[in-house]
Design a protein around this ligand. Structure first.
Ligand code: KG4
Ligand code: ZN
Length: 357
């Protein structure tokens, strides 16, 4: 039997619903972004996020079902993100999923958001060779996992402070770019010289596969303070307030020295990530590597992965499945469905849920 699973994801600032068939075929994937709400605050405001989820959840689920051409009665199960994430946001998706399951007599499946990100790649690749090395790299996470047969996970390394996407967002904010900062810094990095501004790399005591990005962020701050960049930053802040500027508009208010700084920042982050991915893959004898999460959209990271000529395939998701979505939640639920791993109506939001220790 090929089950149709409705996935629901509300862990942060996107309200998402999707229908996936057989854990492999995306019949629909709807993502309602709250960027307009949070953009002006320079980051996600948790109270506003839960309110927006409440507003969006019913139409988003309805649209996912309509686009997939299925009725609630056709579903085999409803899968929902249990954590990690913002507790108020998670609660909206979980409560809605529980109500649907109760009303329609459907099984409920709880999914870890990080396992969702990993399964976005597995689904698109049509399966990956195991054991695999998985990097989940987003605004909230920078984690390296070993993925063994039957999809069991072991944590190999994680950030000790900021996530990589968070570092992008903070540096972008500091330089006067809008939120989220990753995409714009990624685009502008190609116009600068990455060797002009030597930035520090983190030397880790203890686990060499752990990450740290706060020192890099501080180094960028010192650089900015030392050079009196207030005028150009103010000009970019004005530009950022007016929608989504084009590259040409950004370039008009961003001098070469700042483009060099952006290119150097991007290269440093990518070098830090790639070094650990390759080391970890070697350490566990991985047969493939998986890169997932919002930062997996990064053009420089994809190029670096291709240039590394690793002995194993390095899989990336398509951009639509890199950032938060519900297709990945439905895909991750497939194995649990087959194993009969169902949740009951006591399912609670777990803000700090881990995938492995
Ligand atoms: O997975 P995601 O949608 O949400 C979280 O779970 O955090 O990831 C969003 C993060 C943001 O920090 C954003 O700046 C970053 O991913 N991001 C990027 C790029 N596109 C998105 N960072 C670097 N380069 C990009 N192209
Ligand atoms: Zn995410």
């Amino acid at each position: 039997m090929s089950p149709l699973i409705l996935g629901i994801e509300t862990s942060c600032d996107e309200t998402a619903a999707a229908v996936v068939e057989d854990g492999a075929r995306v019949r629909s994937s709807i993502v309602a972004s709250q960027l307009d709400t949070h953009g002006k605050y320079g980051g996600v405001v948790p109270e506003l996020a839960s309110r927006e989820h409440l507003r969006a959840i019913v139409p988003v689920v309805r649209e996912a079902l309509e686009q997939a051409g299925v009725a609630l009665g056709d579903l085999g199960a409803v899968a929902v993100t249990e954590g990690p994430g913002l507790v108020g946001s998670l609660l909206v998706g979980i409560t809605y999923a529980k109500a649907l399951c109760f009303a329609k007599g459907l099984p409920l499946i709880a999914v870890n958001h990080l396992e969702g990100h990993i399964h976005a790649v597995v689904m698109e690749a049509g399966g990956v060779e195991l054991p695999a090395l998985a990097l989940v790299v987003s605004g909230g996470h920078t984690h390296l996992f070993e993925v063994s047969e039957a999809f069991s996970y072991r944590l190999l390394g994680r950030t000790r402070d900021d996530a990589a996407g968070e570092a992008y967002d903070k540096v972008a904010k500091l330089l006067g770019f809008g939120y989220p900062g990753g995409p714009v810094l990624d685009r502008l990095a190609r116009y600068g010289n990455p060797r002009r501004c030597p930035l520090p790399t983190a030397r880790m005591k203890g686990n060499a596969l752990d990450f740290s990005f706060s020192g890099l962020k501080t180094a960028v701050l010192r650089w900015v303070e030392a050079r009196g960049m207030q005028d150009e930053i103010a000009a970019r802040r004005v530009l950022a307030r007016h929608g989504a500027p084009t590259d040409d508009e950004w370039l008009a208010v961003t001098p070469e020295a700042t483009l060099d700084l952006i290119a150097s920042f991007q290269t440093t982050v990518i070098t830090e990530i790639m070094r650990r991915v390759l080391a970890a893959a070697g350490e566990i004898g991985a047969r493939s590597a998986i890169v997932s999460g919002g930062v997996a959209c990064n053009r420089g990271l994809r190029e670096a992965a291709a240039a590394a000529r690793a002995a194993i395939p390095i899989h990336f998701p398509s951009p639509g499945l890199s950032t938060d979505n519900a297709a990945m939640i439905a895909a991750a639920a497939q194995n649990k469905y087959l194993r009969g791993e169902f949740a009951d109506l006591t399912l609670a939001a777990r803000a700090n849920l881990t995938l492995a220790h």
